[in-house]
Design a protein around this ligand. Structure first.
Ligand code: G6P
Length: 613
């Protein structure tokens, strides 16, 4: 996710900004930039790549100045490049702005500004914001704070911003909505430090205030902090004393990236749905613009690898049940070589977190050669798979650093849910009632995931009991079958315990022979029309001495009476259950691996992005 750093005070800003950007590197990024005011100069440096590339870019140039802002960007609107990197600058070159978040109505704002002669150089929503502020300031002849407040009142979406003005080098303006922003206060208000979290601040001061939504702070050198809301009503700063371990901060306060990414899920799924899932409809531009291609498809073929393949299995069920379009799921590595009869009547959906997986790219090439339309569901903006696709949907869950995929999986499933709903609506095969029910439920998923995450401590204790195991079996049916596969994969990847996922009813055709008192069996047993049948499978395991861990819907006392351990998830629509039932399995795998003392974020023999065959 993007990172913001800012400084105003009596020291040279540049080293503080660079140091701060390095502290934020854990968030992942693809380009970086900074802006400093030196006398009557506003100097802006930007580079694609790492913070060290930015340092190289600025080497030997004027980096003087005691006020500045800096940014690490993870692309959302526009590919990673120096042009799209922040800060973005106003037309007259006096204002520089950095931004985290997404301005959802950027297209409308851009169009309106263009009509008034404003020109744009990048593809970003951020450039629109700084130019909107400038436009309002000039048109109304108002001060910068007023222009910022008014521009933000017109902006729909999420933002944390920091802004400097060449004409007023004693001030830095920051604001936030749905994207965190911290202000560190130096002694006697003689210096201030800005960060998208406390990690760039903690080594300079322990006095920190976090802005609330729709608050704007005027950070003036030597003056107490002034905070107002968007309507200019003054708000009191709530200053806290923080005591943070800098080592932990590099992972956002978590001991491992994987745990951080598991806990990020409620927030990033909100980002994934932002501007797409509205209270009464789903709006996906790829579905609007390519409706005919999608609706005329003879069938969909989903191609992907690993965790993305599991998300594809859920996608198939969603598309077939909502849109009534036949859908197949293939391993990209098989599809690229097999004799699948793909042609121009097919739509191939390529699913990938990294957007660089070699097998998935090769599968796309084959699909294109055969004339199929290619639809990408990708996390990394501007990646090879995104570029090779005819259109698609970004999952927007931010960079995933832990090798074992977690938030990308729930992001992919969320995108598939929105895609199936939008397409079913376009085809006219979903009732209004069902459409609105699923939309309503999907919007509640982040809060429900938070409820599952509250059980983290219990899952940690439970995991310790099972570290002895050499084998694990995961069983589920319907939407929970791919979750069983994903739970088993997570455990294998990071704990090195052999684990298999199976459709529960298939147990009797083989795996039942393995069951004894040494074999933990994880049942995905949320409420569902086949719930009773899953309970019969549990009895079969129990009578053979197997240990049962069951993931159930809240209040399921029937399963509680049979299972050794029960983890509850809130009730939801059956088609959305994977978004909840996978969470305890991610945590279980994580805690088993930690209890075994293994390297959770970089498990042996595995790579995050598999760019070779
Ligand atoms: C690797 C990763 C997995 C991932 C798979 C597919 O094996 O370790 O976590 O699921 O590649 O990657 P993709 O980036 O295409 O989703």
């Amino acid at each position: 996710m993007c990172g913001i750093v800012g400084y105003i005070g009596h020291r040279e800003a540049y080293p503080i900004l660079i140091n701060g950007l390095k502290r934020l590197e854990y968030r992942g990024y693809d380009s970086a930039g900074c802006a400093l005011i030196d006398g009557d100069q506003l100097n802006v440096y930007k580079a694609k790549g790492k913070v060290s590339d930015l340092e190289q870019e600025a080497e030997g140039k004027d980096v003087k100045g005691t006020v500045g802002i800096a940014h690490t960007r993870w692309a959302t609107h526009g590919e990673p490049s120096a042009t799209n990197a922040h800060p973005h600058v106003s037309m007259d070159g006096t204002l520089a702005l950095v931004h985290n978040g997404i301005i959802e109505n950027y297209a409308t704002l851009r169009e309106n500004l263009s009509k008034h002669g404003v020109t744009f150089y990048s593809e970003t929503d951020t450039e629109i914001l700084v130019k909107l502020i400038e436009y309002i300031k000039n048109k109304r002849q108002c001060d910068l704070l007023t222009a910022v407040r008014m521009a933000l009142r017109q902006s729909i979406g999420a933002y944390a911003i920091a802004l400097i003005d060449k004409n007023d080098p004693d001030v830095l303006i920051v604001a936030r909505k749905s994207s965190p922003l911290a202000i560190g206060i130096g002694q006697n208000n003689d210096e201030f430090f800005i960060g998208s979290d406390a990690s760039p601040i903690a080594e300079y001061t322990k006095q920190v205030t976090y802005l609330n939504d729709e608050e704007v702070a005027v950070v003036r050198r030597g003056k107490p902090l002034k905070i107002v809301n968007l309507y200019n009503e003054e708000v009191e700063a709530n200053v806290q004393t923080i005591n943070l371990d800098l080592g932990m901060l590099s992972k956002g306060g978590f001991p491992h990236f994987m745990l951080k990414e598991i806990f990020d899920q409620p927030e990033v799924l909100r980002d994934c749905m932002r501007g797409r899932l509205l209270p009464d409809k789903v709006v996906l531009s790829a579905v609007v613009n390519y409706k005919e291609h999608l609706l005329n498809a003879r069938r969909f073929i989903i191609v992907s690898c690993g965790t993305s393949w599991h998300a594809g299995l859920i996608g198939k069920q969603l598309i077939e049940s909502f849109c009534e379009i036949p859908t197949e799921v293939e391993y990209a590595s098989e599809f690229r070589y097999n004799r699948t009869t793909v042609d121009e009547r097919d739509v191939v959906i390529a699913v990938s977190q990294s957007g660089e997986t070699a097998d998935t790219l090769a599968a796309i090439e084959k699909a294109k050669e055969k004339g199929a339309f290619v639809f990408g569901i990708v996390n990394a903006v501007g990646s090879s798979i995104a570029r090779a696709s005819d259109t698609g949907i970004y999952i927007h869950v931010g960079p995933e650093i832990g090798v074992a995929s977690t938030k990308a999986f729930t992001g992919q499933v969320t995108v598939f849910s929105m895609f199936a709903l939008a397409l079913a609506k376009a085809k006219g095969v979903v009732t209004e009632e069902n459409y609105l029910t699923i939309i309503g439920e999907l919007s509640c998923i982040p809060d429900k995931i938070n409820k599952v995450l509250e059980q983290n401590d219990r899952i940690r204790s439970l995991a310790r009991i099972f570290t002895y195991a050499h084998n694990f079996l995961y069983l589920g049916r319907g939407y929970n079958y791919p979750v069983a596969l994903e739970g088993a994969l997570k455990l294998k990847e990071i704990s090195y315990i052999h684990a298999e996922g199976y459709p529960a009813a298939e147990m009797k055709h083989g795996p039942i022979a393995l069951i004894d008192s040494e074999m933990p069996v994880v049942f995905l047993a949320t409420h569902h029309k086949l719930h009773k049948k899953i309970m019969s499978n549990m009895m079969e395991v129990k009578s053979r001495g197997g240990r049962i861990i069951a993931v159930v819907t809240e209040g399921d006392d029937e399963v509680r009476a049979i299972a050794d351990e029960v983890i509850e998830v809130p009730p939801t629509e059956n088609c959305l259950v994977p978004l909840l039932s996978v969470i305890p399995l991610q945590l279980l795998a994580y805690h088993v691996a930690v209890a075994k003392g293994l390297n959770v974020d970089q498990p042996r023999n595995l790579a995050k992005s598999v760019t070779v065959e």
